[in-house]
Write a protein that binds this ligand. Sequence first.
Ligand code: AVJ
Length: 403
Amino acid sequence: MAAVGDARTRRAAVREGAATERDANAVTRADIIRHGETPALVDPARVDPARVDSKPADSALAASALADSARVDAALADAAPVDSALADPPLADPAFRADVLAGLSRRPRAIPARWFYDRRGSELFEDITRLPEYYLTRTERSILSAHAADIASLTGSGRAVVEFGSGSSAKTPLVLSAVAPSAYVPIDISGEFLRDSVAELERQFPKLPIHPIEGDFMHRLVLPAALANQPRLGFFPGSTIGNMNAPAAVDLLRAMWETLGEGSKLLIGIDRIKPVSVLIPAYDDAQGVTAEFNLNLLHRINRELGGTIPVSAFRHVARWNDTEARIEMHLEATRDVSFSVDGRPFAISKGKTIHTENSYKYGPRDARLLLRSAGWTPIGEWTDREGLFGLILAEARAVPAAP
Ligand code: AVJ
């Protein structure tokens, strides 16, 4: 998963973008379509951000976040060059501020997981994917490579592959080499990640047309006109769907159905329910990388929102909630603390937590029901020897009336 809306990352990207235009080697042949440039590109009403788990109900602000950052980017691009990084404090994303202030004010305290992914958070997540305890990434990759031929025979060749939240696109080459696609459309909220991964994929697949879209896949998108008559294959790996509660997951899968259209297929990775003895270490590793990932959110608040949070007074907690079938991550106060964020005072007593992430797990039947609930009919399913992780291929069918 890629960085989401980090102001400094965006600003760096603006500066790098200016440099890149002068460097012919660094220019990709694909132009990135930016969400917001095409008026018809997005229907923000389609998915209600308030229904994403732990999301405070301040959805109007959240919905305007991308528009705001686009304006910020435009303003920065127009501004005189700024050379001194020291004279250049991080620019706070208004949606981040709103989510943090609302999240610390409500009970239980909760801040949406999307704010983990500033530059440091994205790096830490990459480190997590390489941890011995974090089986998800490695298992999904091994399922993909072991069953590539089988997957390809069910998807059929010549489809446009649309990847939702492409991020660093680490698993993409496996799919692209298997299904002989007609085009590739990576969608990601971070233009910086898109540029890097598109440049790399262009080297590996020189003949493949690539149409990157910088935007939020939580909303319905209009695909590039070049794809008009091509059959589509959606790709949504990594169990990213696990961050959403059931209503939000169904909304998202429906938005994908609408984006891709009837007759399309979707290859989706969904992590499975398994013994707590395997789940907990995956989210509380021996090296403490996941703890650092979680605690980085507090550092980010201090850096970008003028926070005074004593980070060392918090500890990382990972719990299995069996009723909800989810891993929860929290930050627990180890003593009574008080601090301010953006000039507003907060206090948290010892033992209380800030809920920072949910990672839902699905049994094989649960996962298929989730897909069917959004109009996706499962037509193929693959797993590893231990049944840790599920990769499901589903088809967008018009849902028939009940018999
Ligand atoms: C990116 C949402 C799939 O839930 O496993 C990893 C995020 N958080 N370790 C997951 C995460 C802590 C990850 N997803």
